[in-house]
Design a protein around this ligand. Structure first.
Ligand code: DLL
Length: 433
């Protein structure tokens, strides 16, 4: 099924060749950032590091970090390292608090991004014969346009559906014969349910799902319900957008486009680089970016890195499927809880739909966690006794996974709010109090 490489040299070169290229690019980018980004120059000066101290990727750890707050503090364009006449596109991330994060791209940055997206698609077996249904949002979010131009570069036929209007999406799936779909995994679950319910006939064989964390159990659900291969696509606007990393057909980690984005894993508390294979916070240095050359950018995403040649032949470093973000973590009665831990338990039950919400509250000074999850139509029409039994089973399973007592509430089908983009899985009432 594999259809080769998009850029064979970049994707299959030896570690030494790659290290040499990365070092050369890093040295250039450090001096570009130092000379053109006031904030980063001041930070380097404060850390006592000069561009001349960075001679190769071995010296990267000497550089200070950059944070999302830096982009907010310099809103909107304060960290751009080129004059506005060289910027050809602007994207922004909404951000739940405060100002959005604004990202600028030069023509060169856009070309790099398009190539990374084309590489991502090719590693998932996509060719110019494919028809690609893009259901990521088009607009300030990088998902739609990022995916779109990668598809065009590859020569595939792209259908720019964007988000929303699920019944129109289903009609396009049935009538336009797309072979590949791109959307968030939570929206893929919603589409899959409707495809089943309305007996939609489609020609899909693969999907590229990302923009939010999703578990292996959710992958199984999507693959079974839609009868396709579901691959993980990762990216973030600050680095470019979708296409920073992608799974190949071997599904054993996401290949990072590391000739452009150099990854490190650090201890989020101390900032120290962690030994190979350990899970920690992913940090990226953009070693070819012109408009926004972020160095040692703290993503808050939690994962580990996998070295070594993949069976697909690629030699690029891979990231483990991200387990969530350090800022997603809930602390409930002192216990660390990630929504993905709950999801991996829920998705084992056939009697449930893949729609859930974690409601956290504080009652009499004690944190409470209620997990609301939708029943399948079959369970919903079953006896109350059966429903209660399933509820008890799930509660026991979750309590032993989290080490925390929880309440589980099975709710009526179609009652948990759906999202067309990134799903909202947590309602933390403590934050509002
Ligand atoms: O979500 C870009 C994107 C669009 C990626 C479409 C994939 C597909 P942002 O809105 O800036 O960009 O959000 C970036 O989303 O730091 C992760 O926390 C999360 N994220 C993105 N992809 C994945 C993934 C886009 N495959 C933030 N798995 C990142 C887990 C993901 N989390």
């Amino acid at each position: 099924m594999s259809s080769g490489y998009w850029n064979q040299k970049a994707e299959t070169c030896s570690p030494d060749e790659r290290r040499a290229l990365q070092s050369e690019r890093l040295v250039k980018t450090v001096s570009h950032a130092y000379n053109n980004q006031k904030l980063y120059r001041e930070r380097m000066d404060k850390s006592g590091v000069l561009p001349g101290d960075i001679k190769s990727t071995d010296d990267l750890h000497k550089l200070p970090f950059v944070y999302k707050t830096d982009l907010r503090d310099t809103y909107p364009y304060g960290m751009f390292a080129v004059p506005m006449e060289q910027i050809v596109r602007v994207h922004a991330t909404s951000g739940t608090t405060g100002k959005p994060t604004v990202i600028g791209y030069t023509r060169g940055d856009i070309e790099t991004w398009n190539e990374c997206m084309a590489r991502s698609l090719r590693m998932g077996g996509v060719t110019s014969s494919d028809i690609i249904h893009v259901s990521y949002g088009y607009g300030l979010f990088t998902g739609g346009l990022g995916a779109h131009y990668g598809c065009e570069l590859l020569g595939a036929a792209v259908i720019p559906v964007s988000t929303g209007n699920t019944s129109r999406q289903l009609q396009i799936l049935e009538d336009f014969n797309p072979t590949v779909i791109m959307c968030t995994p939570s929206y893929a679950c919603l589409l899959a349910e409707n495809v089943q319910k309305e007996k939609i006939k489609h020609s899909l064989r693969a999907g590229f799902f990302g923009a939010e964390a999703w578990t292996e159990n959710m992958r199984r659900f999507i693959e079974e319900q839609l009868g396709i291969v579901a691959l993980d696509i990762f990216g973030l606007a600050e680095v470019c957008g979708p296409g920073v990393a992608n799974e190949c057909e071997c599904k054993n980690g996401l290949h990072i486009q590391e000739d452009h984005f150099y990854p490190e894993i650090i201890d989020p508390n101390t900032g120290a680089v962690l030994p190979e294979g350990e899970r920690g916070e992913l940090v990226f240095s953009c070693i070819t970016k012109e408009a926004l050359p972020l160095l040692r950018y703290r993503t808050r995403d939690l994962c580990s890195l996998i070295k070594g040649k993949c069976s697909c032949g690629r030699t690029t470093i891979r990231m483990e499927k991200p387990a969530g973000r350090s800022d997603d973590m809930l602390i409930i009665r002192g216990v660390n809880v990630f929504p993905s831990q709950v999801e991996s338990v829920l998705m084992k039950y056939n009697d449930l739909a893949p729609h859930y919400l974690l409601v956290v509250d504080r009652v009499n000074n004690t944190d409470t966690l209620e997990i609301q999850v939708e029943m399948s139509d079959t369970l919903f029409s079953d006896e109350v006794r059966k429903i209660e039994k399933v509820e008890r089973g799930i509660r026991g399973d979750i309590e032993s996974t989290l080490g925390l007592s929880v309440k589980v509430k099975l709710v009526t089908p179609q009652t948990i709010a759906r999202s067309e983009g990134k799903a909202k899985r947590v309602l933390d009432k403590r934050v509002i109090l």
